[in-house]
Structures are given as C-alpha cells and as structure tokens.
Design a binder for this molecule. Structure first.
Ligand code: ADP
Ligand code: MG
Ligand code: ZN
Length: 499
C-alpha cells in the first residue's frame, strides 16, 4: 500500500466541499422491550432479561409496545416531522450472531415520522439540519469477545452472546444530507447531536447517554470539488462521544482529501472511529438495501395513530431546550458559554429544582457544577446519580448562607450527604461540623495563637496586617476548620489593637 500524504484540514476544506449526514440511534427508556414483556434494565446479569420472543424461539409471536410508538411519535413531533397515519414494520434480513431471528424488525419505506428539521447555533449563526425520517426498530444483543488483550474478536479465544439488549426499542433518526457548511461541518455535526440529545432528554423518553450506548451515532461524510456532484460517502461507526462526532468528520475530511488528491476513489464503506488515535479504519463494504431483502413484517399489525391523539401529543410537548436555555440564562444571569457547560453536564433541571427548593441561582450552580460534577465525572456517572438531591443541595447552601457552615465545612457535609449519611443538617449534627461562632471559645483560640507566635504578633502590631493570615491559619487549625475565617481575622486584629 502506498502512503498518501495528508493535507491539513484547512487545506482540504479550501479545495473540497463537505457533505455530512448523521444517523442516530436512541435506545428508548421503556419499561419493557419492543415486542415482548422483558425488562430493559441496563447492566443486568447476561441473559436474564430474555424470553421466547426476543430469543426468537420457533413459534413465538411479537406484539407491539404502545409506549415505544408513543415515544417515537413524540420524538418525531419534537423534530418537526410529519407523522404517518398508517405505516408498517419491515424485516431487514441479515445474519449476525447477536440477532437470533436472522432479521431485524425495523422500518424501511414506511417510516413513522418524516421530513422534519432541527436548528442549531454555531458561532452565533443558525444552521437548519433537515430530518429525513425517524423510524422505530429493535436493538440487537451484545457479543463479548474474551481471552484476548483488546476485547475484539481478533485474538479472542471465545465469544459470548448476551441477549438482554435484543429487542429493546430503538429509534433511528436520519438527517438529510447537509451541504454548504464549509469548514464548520465538524462543529455543526457535534452541535446537532448535542441538540438532538437535549431534545430527547427533555421528552423523558431515553436517558440518551453516549457512553452507555443509549445514544449512538454514525457519521456520513463525503467530499466534492466545488461545482461538481456530491462525492461517495463513508459511514463512520463507533462514535461514542460528542467530541468524537466532531473529530470523526474532521479526520474523514482529511483522509478523503488525501485519497482524492492522489487520484484515488472513495469506496462506499463503513469505517470505525478510534477514540485513542482520533482517526478511522475501514470496516465492511456497505450493503445496499437490496442485500437486505426488506419486506413488510407479517406478524405485526400496521401502526395507525389517530390524528387527534397525535395532535394532542403535539400540544403537550415540553418547552424546546434551546428556548428554555435562553430563558434560564436570562433568569440566572449567566453567559452563553456557562449555560452551555450547564447543559453539557446535564445540570439544567437539577439546578432548576435546586432553585425551586430555595437556593440562589449562583448557589445552586456552584454545587452542581463544582463538587458534584467532579464526582460524577470521576465515577463516570450521571450528575443526577452523584448522590445528592436538589433539596439537599438547597439545604446545604442555606446553611452556608446562614453562616452555620463555611465553604470548607460545607464541602465536608456534602461528602457525608453523598455517602448516604442523611440530609445536610443530619450530617452536620452527626459529624459535629458547625462554624464556631462562640466568641468566648474563639477568643481563647486567638489568644493561644498570639502567645504561640510572638514574632508574628509583633509584626501585626507594627502595622503589617498581612501577617495576620498566619495566625488565622493557626486558629483554623485548633478549631478544626470550624471557625469563620473573617471573624477570626477581625478578632486577631482587635486583640492586637489594630483595626
Ligand atoms: P444507510 O442505511 O445505507 O446508512 P441511510 O439512508 O440510513 O442509509 O443513511 C444515509 C445517511 O447518509 C443519511 O444521513 C444521508 O443524509 C447521508 N448521505 C447521503 N448521501 C450523502 C453524501 N453524498 N455525503 C454525505 N452524507 C450523505
Ligand atoms: Mg442507516
Ligand atoms: Zn423477551
């Protein structure tokens, strides 16, 4: 193989136009699977959430999950789609060990929702991403390759199949091709997935967690010379984070430009994104629709949602995340960038509820975006699972506002709350953590510090007030951090006759 010199991204986009298209799979958070009553809990023991239907035992018959249809329609409506009045499921035939039926029940030429759009803002400019279709299908099981170093099939000694995920309802959202983004294509792709995630999260139909795979993205990219037809696309899979969406487009643009520069042709194929290297490698060459021998699913009745019901679902949609963000940004008095990090951390609702429970916007934001976000990051968990409720965070901030806790003590109390020791007041009582405001006790500690550090005390008497910090530190030490630093400082200066 000859090595192709790769152009820089800027060079590539100065000579080629990029077209992108995104296919996003969202695992719905329904209680049960798409065509049977099996549970859908994440992380259960392998093969404990299975039955004859999702294992495809002979004679088993599927039945449609109404909650999944409703969720899909709500997603379609939130993406400004038209909802089909009548449509069918289709069989997509292929063999894969984690798909016991040898076909996936999906939708083909009769999707439930069509022709919508999502608006995203990048660098202050709005871009409209067309939605081709939103359809419902089922997830496959999961294959585990063991015995090797990498967890891939290559080098593994055996493969295990877990069918717990088989049959979990999956919604596929396919964009129309998006041309004309110039060098911003990677950023717009990322902004689109982020907006899609926020919209779906606001509907409460999925936890949309890329790292757990409940939101998965395939990124299509092609290049063409200005004035020429769109090029052949590649489809990059395995894109597991927002950052990777951006990197996947960028690396494909560079790679394809290199191939085209060298007079080569782009093959229509799936490619795998490598998180560690930030580039893609070829997967299988892409099947065409005819390879799948699609045909309408005979075991399921058509889907025919009552237009009046659809209209009602539409009228009950929640406020659009972008509208809500703009409103809250105003109310909380924070910058667009800060609001973006709040949204990215999944903290919008948590902060909202904390404020509703009595905290100030700044107080609420501080804990969720500080200690709790750090903890969630470290443990790789959702912020809402970090161990504190909005009510507890509001109570903690109240104790700080009342001067019963200083910042350092409050952090210790929060540790107790997160460890399951109870509400902030309970942790405070149980651990004996309270700001010492008893002036008698404080004065004794101050006098002790002065007596132990006569040189420093002299400096302060001579007017070097900055030296007081050392004495404050000493008092904080004897009171185990439970004194209010400002009060201590005032006391020290008063005792030394400086003010
Ligand atoms: P498949 O199942 O073969 O992946 P889909 O219709 O599900 O096909 O998705 C194809 C995706 O590729 C869509 O998002 C579409 O907008 C996008 N796409 C189509 N043509 C191009 C192109 N020339 N360049 C980039 N993306 C494209
Ligand atoms: Mg597809
Ligand atoms: Zn089942």
């Amino acid at each position: 193989m000859t090595t192709i010199a790769l152009p820089s991204y800027e060079d590539a986009t100065s000579r080629y136009e990029t077209v992108i298209g995104l296919e996003t799979h969202v695992e719905l958070g329904t209680q049960t699977k798409m065509f049977c009553g099996c549970k859908t809990d994440f992380g259960a023991e392998p093969n404990t959430q299975v039955c004859p239907v999702c294992l495809a035992l002979p004679g088993a018959l599927p039945a449609m999950n109404g909650a999944a249809i409703e969720a899909t329609i709500r997603i379609g409506l939130a993406l400004n789609c038209d909802i089909a009045e009548w449509c069918r499921m289709a069989r997509k035939n292929y063999f894969y060990p984690d798909m016991p039926k040898n076909f996936q029940t999906s939708q083909y030429d009769e999707p439930l929702c069509v022709d919508g759009h999502v608006d995203v803002v990048v660098d202050g400019k709005e871009y409209r991403i067309g939605i081709e279709r939103v359809h419902i299908e089922e997830d496959t099981g999961k294959t585990l390759h063991v015995g090797g170093a990498t967890g891939r099939i290559h080098g593994a000694t055996e493969s295990l199949v877990d069918y717990n995920r088989a049959g979990i309802p999956l919604v596929e959202i396919v964009t129309k091709p998006v041309p004309g983004l110039g060098e911003l294509a990677p950023e717009v792709a990322k902004a689109y997935v982020a907006e899609l995630r926020d919209i779906i999260r606001s509907l409460g139909v999925s936890d949309v967690r890329m790292e757990q795979g409940s939101l998965r993205c395939d990124v299509n990219t092609s290049l063409n010379k200005p004035g020429e037809e769109w090029g052949t696309r590649t489809e990059t899979k395995n894109v597991n984070s927002l950052r990777s969406v951006e990197r996947a487009v960028r690396s494909e643009v560079i790679r394809q430009a290199g191939v085209l520069d060298g007079g080569g042709k782009i093959t229509q194929e799936t490619r795998h994104f490598h998180e560690d290297r930030g580039d893609t490698s070829p997967g299988r060459s892409k099947e065409t629709a005819t390879d799948y021998r699609y045909f309408p699913e005979p075991d399921l009745v058509p889907i025919a949602p009552d237009p009046a019901w659809v209209a009602q679902l539409k009228s009950e949609l929640p406020e659009k995340p972008s509208t809500k963000r703009a409103r809250l940004r105003e109310e909380w008095g924070i910058s667009e960038l800060d609001m973006q990090s709040v949204a990215n951390a999944g903290a919008v609702e948590l902060i909202e509820e904390t404020i509703a429970a009595g905290a100030s916007p700044a107080g609420a934001r501080k804990w969720w975006m500080g200690e709790l976000a750090r903890r969630a990051n470290e443990l790789g968990i959702e912020l809402s699972a970090a161990g504190a409720t909005p009510a507890q965070v509001a109570a903690l901030q109240k104790l700080v506002d009342e001067g019963k806790l200083n910042d350092k003590l409050a952090r210790t109390v929060l540790e107790g709350v997160v460890a399951g020791e109870g509400d902030p007041a309970e942790v405070m009582a149980a651990r004996g953590l309270e700001v010492v405001n008893d002036t008698g006790a404080l004065t004794a500690a101050v006098d002790e510090a002065i007596a132990a550090n006569p040189d420093i005390a002299d400096k302060i008497r001579d007017g070097k007030v900055a030296a007081a910090g050392a004495l404050v530190g000493a008092v904080m030490k004897t009171t185990r951090g439970q004194a209010d630093a400002k009060t201590v400082r005032e006391l020290i200066l008063a005792r030394l006759g400086v003010s």
